[in-house]
Design a protein around this ligand. Structure first.
Ligand code: 8Y7
Length: 385
């Protein structure tokens, strides 16, 4: 994992008085990176190790890889960003499937997305964005359905904006574990008045799995579609988002909202979530979506340890090259760790927001907008980036 290294190094170099060319050349030498590559053949692991050593870096491989007494080995690459870039370049000319690894390393080392374009609006990703949650449902778990009343919901949307939210996520279908199905008329009846009331003044994301709901909300001025099924329930969401130039949030979920928390299992939770998101993002792009956002789906078919592992490894998701959304706010994994009821999960939710942002998350989906904006601003001031 790396933490804002070359940006900090570049800033220090500018302060030293280095010119722009110098910063470009030297900053990659000032950032140390470690990258874990999984499942190389013993031969490939040896090539990677030799290359990395010749570049002055290191590649830690299984002891049996050297004499091929094991078939496979992971490799922990360690070196400066510059050494990693040179490794990527040389691997693209190698056999044993290493050219694909070279290309993947280039994506990981390449520039991170700087903005999110959605329906003609542009959101800068230079700082993490805060997405305020607005559930327009009678059974949402953490606000008890307080905002089901349309007037109340519109008032709440305005409040979320005044608190500094960059985006409002408006949802008419509860996805809490075991929740009931909501038909499209009902979902539209809940969501549309809010979208119509605030779309002119705000970036609205519509939280829906149905393309018909997405279409009506986008038509009324929404700019994003938040699909927790990642297009698996209704593949039409991607073409619909594409038609409006809207951003599409693709979230990982194991199982369905009804059964997802029944004994979720993974061999490698980070790898499986990452591969799923890579596949869904490719699919969305093939449907014409230009602004894809990926989301590990905290709490959607995950144990406490799965959630923690995904949050710790946020960089493995940002490495895909798409903006990353994290939705951790007040979720039950906090209760599993700390035993706190939902109304007492603010402090741990803020800690997760700060740590996720530090690891490269671009959008934080939260209930407590004002507190999250303040926590992120303070944390950012201390990092100077
Ligand atoms: C998430 C979400 C929920 C999330 C995205 C809750 C709708 C449960 N969680 N959408 N929705 N990511 N993209 O606690 O983590 O808010 S519903």
């Amino acid at each position: 994992m790396h933490i804002g290294g070359s940006a900090e190094a570049a800033r220090l170099m500018e302060a030293v008085g280095v010119n722009a060319d110098g910063v470009r050349i030297m900053a990659p030498k000032a950032e140390f990176r470690t990258i874990l590559v999984k499942g190389l053949s013993a031969g490939a692991a040896n090539v990677v190790k030799q290359q990395m050593l010749s570049l002055g870096g290191e590649a830690a491989v299984a002891s049996g890889a050297v004499n091929c007494s094991v078939d496979e080995s992971d490799a922990l690459l360690a070196g400066t960003e510059k050494q990693m870039l040179r490794l990527a370049e040389s691997l693209t000319r190698q056999p044993f499937g290493l050219s694909a690894l070279g290309e993947e390393l280039k994506t990981i080392l390449g520039p991170k997305p700087e903005k999110l374009v959605c329906a003609g609006r542009e959101l800068s990703l230079k700082r993490p964005l805060v997405m305020g949650i607005l559930n327009v449902t009678p059974d949402s778990f953490s606000d008890g359905g307080d905002f089901f009343d349309t007037e109340k919901a519109i008032g709440r949307a305005k409040h979320i904006l005044a608190e500094g939210a960059d985006i409002i996520d408006v949802g008419g279908e509860s996805t809490r574990p075991g929740s009931a199905y909501v038909d499209e008329e009902e979902e539209l009846r809940r969501v549309m008045p809010v979208v119509e009331a605030v779309a002119a003044d705000a970036v609205i994301s519509v939280d829906t799995r149905k393309s018909i709901v997405a279409r009506k909300a986008l038509d009324a001025g929404a700019a994003m579609v938040n699909d927790i099924s990642a297009g698996r329930d209704d593949p039409g969401v991607a073409a619909t988002a594409a038609e409006f130039g809207a951003a599409l949030i693709l979230m990982h979920m194991l199982g369905t909202p009804a059964d997802m928390q029944v004994d979720p299992r993974y061999d490698d939770v980070v790898g499986e979530v990452r591969d799923f998101l890579a596949e869904r993002a490719e699919w969305a792009r093939s449907e014409g979506v230009e602004s894809v956002v990926v989301d590990p789906g905290i709490g959607f078919g995950k144990t406490l340890e799965h959630n923690l592992e995904l949050l710790r490894n946020t960089p493995a998701i940002t490495d895909l090259g798409y903006p990353v959304l994290v939705g951790h706010s007040r979720k039950s994994f906090i209760e599993m760790l700390l035993g706190l009821p939902v109304e007492e999960r603010l402090a741990p939710s803020l800690a997760v927001a700060v740590e996720a942002a530090r690891r490269g998350a671009n959008v934080l989906r939260v209930h407590d907008v004002k507190e999250t904006v303040e926590a992120l601003a303070m944390a950012r001031a201390l990092r100077r980036v």
